[in-house]
Design a binder for this molecule. Sequence first.
Ligand code: 5HY
Length: 245
Amino acid sequence: MRIQVINPNTSVAMTEKITAAAQAAARPGTQVHGCCPADGPVSIEGHFDEAIATLGVLEQVRGGMAAGAQAHIIACFGDPGLLAARELAAGPVIGIAEAGFHLASLVATRFAVITTLGRTRIIAEHLLQRYGFAGLCTDVSCLEVPVLDLEHCTPALVAQMVEEGRRLRDTRGAGAIVLGCGGMADLRQALTDALGIPVIEGVSAAVKLAESLLDLGLGTSKHGDLAYPLAKPFKGRFAEWGQEA
Ligand code: 5HY
């Protein structure tokens, strides 16, 4: 099977990290193709960045479908463009936040999220509400570090995450931790070893969910709101997205 992993930001280093984590999680026989848009923000740290990045995600999904990808992973913790991508795609489309929340809910009664900037906390909280996991999440904890600091994590940053994970485990009742950034894709094992509780990282979680869905012959429902987009002309620089009605 062939799975496309899309880093919605344009950081090449983060794309390489995400791709490596996805390939490490995939089983033999699963081809993983990592990519990122050519255009867009180098990091996604708010609603505006997400809005701009979404078109790049959709372009990558369209390209992945043409290249034979059977499933698509959106490897940014805001799951930007998820539902729009599901309209476009025939196969499963999985965001790393929803993947992380789902798996955490299977191994703990309460989990916490560790993410980057405080201004993006509301994005994770909105997703917890939308996906139905708000009642299980004790905290969305923010490190107050820029996303690009995760391109090459320093020992000090890892230590900060371990300390926060211990606090969430010991004082907030978190039985599991969800890593809230695609740039944390290489930290799962280190944090699991340090914390002694399940640490769920969304890229690897999404790869395994995609494999499972494809094994079961499940793709995105094309009934109702996730049916292919209605055919209509698009004007101007988006004309390429238009279809004859
Ligand atoms: C991500 N931003 O996973 C999110 C993390 C965040 O560029 N990749 C990004 O803090 O929202």
